[in-house]
Ligand binder design. Sequence first.
Ligand code: ADP
Ligand code: MG
Ligand code: MG
Length: 902
Amino acid sequence: MTAQETVDHKYVYDFAEGNRDLKDLLGGKGANLAEMTNLGLPVPPGFTITTEACQAYLATGREPDGLAGQIEAHLESLERGMGRRLGDPHDPLLVSVRSGAKFSMPGMMETVLNVGLNDRSVVGLAAQAGGNERFAWDSYRRLIQMFGKTVCEVPGEEFEHALDEAKRARGTTSDLDLDADDLRGLVDAYKKIFLKHTGRDFPQEPREQLDLAIRAVFESWNAERAVLYRRQERIPADLGTAVNVVAMVFGNLGPDSGTGVAFTRDPASGAQGIYGDYLANAQGEDVVAGIRNTVPLQDLERLDKRSYDELLDIMARLEGHYRDLCDIEFTIERGKLWMLQTRVGKRTAAAAFVIAGQLVDEGLIDLDEALHRVNGAQLAQLMFPRFQLDHDFEPVARGVGASPGAASGKVVFTSARAVELAAEGEAVILVRRETNPDDLNGMIAAKGILTSRGGKTSHAAVVARGMGKTCVSGADEIDVNVPAKRFTVAGQTVHEGDVVSIDGTTGKVYLGEVPVTPSEVVRYFEGTLDPDEADDALVKAVHRIMTHADAARRLAVRANADTGADAARARRFGAQGIGLCRTEHMFLGDRRELVERLILARTDTERADALAALLPLQRDDFVEIFREMDGLPVTVRLIDPPLHEFLPPLEQLAVDVAVAQERGEDVAKEEALLAAVRRMHEENPMLGLRGVRLGLVIPGLFAMQVRAIAEAAVRVTRDGGSACPEIMVPLVGAVQELETVRAEAEKIIAEVVGDSGVEVLIGTMIEVPRAALTAGQIAEAAQFFSFGTNDLTQMGWGFSRDDVEGAFFWRYLELGIFGISPFESIDRDGVGRLVRIAAEEGRAARPGLKLGVCGEHGGDPESVHFFHSVGLDYVSCSPFRVPVARLEAGRAAVETVGSDSR
Ligand code: ADP
Ligand code: MG
Ligand code: MG
């Protein structure tokens, strides 16, 4: 440490001073460069300027005291170590300036290579490279280009044009064919561009180049795209970025030099092997820029066996050290290998499971850790049907994978046409430039949605995710012409009625119908694929990790299911009961007529008759479900929606009546219905006559349902089965409501159950904020609580989901008011607090009170962790989400404090 540093706060760390645990301070790139340095790997020397320096700069608008001196000191020691000086006209040291935040972030300043070159040192560099003038001028033109673009905001195309111009003059398309003179000319052209856009000459003073580049990295933290990305990904805005200054090594010194990227395993499948790309005679950014064709990393064995062997050796060491898949960047300078970056690599969902399983086999991690390395979002992805792409399907465009799934259908351009064709039984894909609330019906009718604009938070994306519908947004190669009913892409025109296929996971768009394969993981969950026999590494890995999750978790997982078929499916997916059986569908179809009779009943007898006719139908429904769920609890919710939902819409009735009157037909019944619809109209049905309020207002309604449940349970039990019904009263806000319903229900149950041994629990939903806040009182009358977090969210925030998701959520997400829709993931601070209060006060009043959740949040990974932490007994979600909830409940149980799942 220098004398300066003992006085000042330490802002600069040599690579030898850091390690991988210092990501907060040194950023991901810096921390891992330090780690590799300390492992003794060949990393070019360098130092990292801390995120704290960046924070200080951003807070005050200037470099903090002491920073300049510390950089000077570290630069000097770098120069000493390298035996070269920055700006030395005869033998210059060059450095790269690389940003590197804790989380990698698109939109921030990238890297400037070759800092330190100027009109004089370029000559020295050529001499040091054995008279390789081409190399020196190529490096110089790269510096001006990158520096101009990223530090001084010179439009990148201008440099590209000048480069194309030089290639054309030489009659070539490859930059390798440009000779030293061409490149010298290009440097002149670049300097003119620089001057034109910045009003000054390209800085010749190396230290000024360095300082400006560092400052530009600091400032790029607040670049618009970076700010937006952080909001969406919920990365705190005040972390700041670190800056790495690294001695340059050169992959562009000739055929014995080159640069490449590699993965220690296949990031797509998880398979072990050698995966990477190599480009001879090139500098770092060429590999990703796709300027020239790379060769597979295996070819390096032939080109440079020694470096290849060393690289493989290092990759094995890194894997062992990080105990995970690593990705790396390297450069070979005249046969000498240098490591330029490593990090734990991104991977596909399938690879995540496969690799976690492999690492357990290799003894690198245990099963708890394996469970931690995968997540429910990945599992959900693996459960969607996938396009079968072994045929020659090439995507024609690529957008944002906004809502997962695979969908094929006929292209339509308007909501109305989507509805029309869907009604004829056609699968349609709604294609729009962007969607707006008017498109809602079309979105509901379509199999998938494709837009040419907008990202993950666009209207289309938000609404599609809410509906669980496949969506690709922002496929900007697609040019949509709605009035002409066509779009063009890649030189082809697609008309209304043509078939396209969209992949909402990858964002890819295909012309024609791509065949869809069901997910193997689903086949495994459904029990049609035996993991021991499957030769599929993925299924085996999923099985193993799920088994561990089930053993580890404390939360039980139930399913929301309304029919025997749903119940059976849920059970196959591992549901341990039904947490929500809605009874309203039992009032639909040909039973509507009975409901109409119930609503129109003018006397007690008429009403009792209608209910008596409904009773056996309901009883049969319950019998079916209790049979499927034999031995497992089934929570049945008494009827919840307002009754007018079962009547035809006002407009339709009015027309029917008018038409019938015209024809002179008897319209007494229609007129009565119309009058009822008018009478029952509500301004805010969400807050109207529904739930327990219905039960208290319409005599006999709840009683009929309770009787049907109890009779069904008795029948199943008498037949040798075991039914465990739990009757759930919706929308309770006050204990008195529940007490009233309960008193009546208990009488009926006692009468029906007799000595059959059937036990029926009576509990309530907690979905009105008042219920949460008076949970202590309500618990006196409830044998269980089930949190209805959809309604609790609507009423907690005071907005109705159907109205708001399309209307303004996209804007709230864009502004960062929501990190994620509160209907997708529970709002811990607000709605979650209501859940916590109710859980605590409910259990205080009635120890052992059974607590569950039955909103859609029950299948959301983040929310499952929250419900685990609140101490609920179970979550309940749609059958398809049951495996996700099982996995996340297991992860929540083994979660180690302070672990970083990002
Ligand atoms: P990114 O985060 O975009 O990968 P990097 O900072 O890793 O940006 O740099 C971009 C490219 O420049 C990479 O290919 C990297 O290997 C290369 N590079 C960075 N620093 C050096 C250096 N000191 N010597 C040679 N190549 C470098
Ligand atoms: Mg990199
Ligand atoms: Mg509700």
